[in-house]
Write a protein that binds this ligand. Structure first.
Ligand SMILES: [Zn+2]
Length: 261
């Protein structure tokens, strides 16, 4: 029996819960009236049931969602939750293209998700620079790395950056190997995130997988990710503890193969 995730407050009005697989973080942004924006909720059906029950017990009403990017573990949902599930237009297009394969991947890893709820995303208008909802401001920080249409959120009131599948303490930078310039995209994305964090004096970073960090940890992760990219670019073997995880060592080999193309 694995433990059900429970929400912990990590910043003002900002709560996270950790799933059993891949140290995946669900984030809830709560407005003073109890309206809730859920970001990348997951992962198993039992975990989503537990999160839905806890949210209801806390008096939270889920009125909006956000998927940072179109990978299957970021487009899950629960029948108890309402509202549009926002994502960038590029993420929505990508999700529609890979939907069948993604439903199959989800079923293989965590069976039982209702396909009717899977990946039902709504595209943000191209000019939207924040999530259209009634709660605290959530600024959309678009960039092109890891997956098509990836976007982070900054919560200015909480000085918090929700980084999606970027800036993890556990995962190396995972490139979008289908992109024309995966490495260039990743360098640019780190600059974009660093700038957004500075503009909003961010002191809490929440990755999609891994642990919540403070501003020193945010700087450490940006530096570690740049060191990894630099080694990759220069053809050196990266000195990076995260590569001790076998599936990440595998991803690293895939990066090398992609860059030799
Ligand atoms: Zn991902």
């Amino acid at each position: 029996m694995t433990a059900a995730p429970t929400f912990t407050q990590v910043a003002p009005g900002t709560w996270t819960a950790t799933a059993n697989i891949w140290t995946s973080l669900t984030t809830a942004v709560i407005s003073p009236d109890g309206a809730c924006l859920l970001v990348d909720p997951g992962i198993s059906v039992a975990e989503l049931d537990a999160l839905a029950q806890e949210a209801a017990e806390r008096g939270w009403r889920v009125t909006a969602g956000f998927s940072t990017h179109p990978h299957w573990d970021h487009v899950l949902w629960h029948a108890a939750w309402d509202g549009p599930r926002w994502a960038t237009a590029e993420a929505v297009e990508s999700q529609e293209r890979t939907r069948d394969a993604d439903v199959a991947k989800a079923a293989a890893t965590t069976p039982g998700h209702d396909p009717a709820l899977f990946g039902r995303l709504t595209a943000l208008p191209p000019e939207a620079d924040e999530i259209p909802w009634d709660g605290p401001q959530a600024v959309v920080v678009r960039h092109r790395a890891h997956a098509p249409g990836h976007a982070a959120l900054v919560l200015p009131h909480a000085a918090t950056l929700l980084a999606g599948d970027m800036l993890s303490d556990l995962e190396i930078p995972l490139l979008d190997t289908d992109a024309a310039d995966p490495l260039g995209d990743y360098w640019a994305a780190l600059d974009t995130l660093e700038r957004a964090a500075a503009d909003h004096r961010v002191n809490t970073v929440i990755p999609g997988h891994g642990h919540v960090g403070d501003s020193a940890e945010l700087a450490r992760r940006i530096a570690a990710d740049r060191r990894y990219l630099d080694a990759l670019e220069q053809g050196r073997e990266p000195d990076d503890d995260r590569l001790r995880t076998p599936w990440l060592a595998e991803e690293h080999r895939a990066h090398l193969a992609r860059l030799r193309r």
